[in-house]
Design a protein around this ligand. Structure first.
Ligand code: AQP
Length: 333
């Protein structure tokens, strides 16, 4: 489906760097699905971004197809939205180069994700990891996006994309739409179940810290049962109760119940009951996604037809913006 002029444009992407997590889903992908009727939605698998961390080639190829099927299983509908694979659309790498020349070293040095990931991958602090936010800015700006649905961890990168767009427009006129982040009120930052001071991540080495979209019900229940809480044995949202706060956030985000209601429902009950309730709610939320995924992933030809069609439309839309930007800079077109 091609983006029309009438509706605002939404763009977002996800890295196929592992199995998609409950954090990715509640923080971003669930909003992608909700926004499909109201906006012209363009979504991507940001596979170029994944090689900022070393990947095993065969596993990476599998992760890309699995992530494509998973996102469709979540409800991204290729009849309504454009859902393509970033590396198939060459304009992304090209605009990233141009924008690299309009981004300052100091700006990139302040990015907290760069600092976190450099600490985590101290043996491979590559230039791509450093310029990752510029590639991301290009992804968004190529589609003249109005809104970018992301989790809270991406707020700083969206700010940078806005700064780069405004700087470029300041020099050359209105080339890029200056996008706005769209961060959910609830679930914007889902934390690890084992270390609730760290965000839940696909690449978390502690498997119990992270719930994956494709985990089976027993695994999900076991992970919630083992979730870190505290010694107070009282379900309430308060400073210093990071584990319980995280479980309340997940429960509220999945059921729609307010924190006050959750506190009332679990008054006088222990953490065992609460963890079981959170686990059951998550199992039911993810059950239809897993079932749809299992059917979709078997049909590789169908998946390929979906992304090939989307790649083509994405190339057409993004080429217009890239052409305009390059002409303004002074390239002979
Ligand atoms: N824990 C989280 N809570 C809420 N939202 C989250 N997102 C990521 N983690 C959480 C949101 O998911 C979208 C896709 O993220 P990404 O794959 O582009 O990159 P990421 O933020 O680096 O995700 P991960 O899971 O932590 O991946 P790895 O381990 O590979 O680095 C984004 O909108 C993000 O905000």
């Amino acid at each position: 489906m091609e983006a029309t002029e009438k509706k605002e444009v939404v763009f977002s992407a996800i890295q196929p760097s592992g199995t998609i997590t409950l954090g990715n889903y509640l923080g971003a992908v669930r909003n992608w699905v909700k926004m499909q009727d109201e906006y012209n939605c363009i979504y991507a698998l940001a596979d170029l971004h994944t090689i900022t961390v070393r990947q095993e080639p065969a596993k990476m190829r599998k992760n890309i197809i699995d992530a494509y099927a998973s996102i469709m299983a979540c409800g991204v509908d290729v009849e309504k939205s454009i859902f393509f694979i970033q590396s198939h659309v060459h304009t992304h790498a090209e605009l990233a180069w141009v924008l690299n020349c309009y981004t300052q070293f100091g700006e990139l040095s302040r990015m907290t994700q760069f600092k976190d990931k450099s600490a985590k991958h101290a043996d491979n602090i590559n230039a791509g990891l450093f310029t990752y936010p510029v590639l991301m800015a290009g992804d968004i700006l190529l589609y003249q996006a109005d809104k970018v649905p992301v989790g809270a961890d991406q707020k700083q990168h969206i700010e940078l994309a806005r700064d780069i767009a405004a700087r470029f427009n300041g020099l050359y006129g209105d080339v890029f739409k200056v996008p706005e982040g769209f961060i959910p009120k609830n679930g914007a930052r889902v934390m690890s179940l084992q270390n609730p001071l760290n965000k839940m991540s696909k690449s978390d080495e502690n498997v119990n810290g992270c719930v994956h979209l494709l985990d089976d019900p027993d695994t999900i229940m076991r992970k919630f049962k083992r979730a870190v809480t505290d010694s107070e044995a009282c379900v309430r949202y308060a400073d210093g109760k990071d584990g319980v706060n995280n479980l309340m956030t997940i429960y509220s985000s999945v059921t729609g119940l307010s924190f006050e209601q959750i506190e009332r429902d679990f008054e006088g009950k222990g953490y065992g009951d609460f963890k079981a309730a959170v686990g059951e709610a998550v199992v039911e939320e993810l059950r239809p996604i897993r079932e749809r995924y299992e059917k979709l992933v078997k049909d590789k030809a169908y998946l390929e037809s979906c992304y090939r069609a989307a790649d083509e439309i994405a190339l057409k839309i993004s080429s217009r913006t890239l052409g305009k930007a390059m002409k303004k800079v002074g390239f002979v077109r």
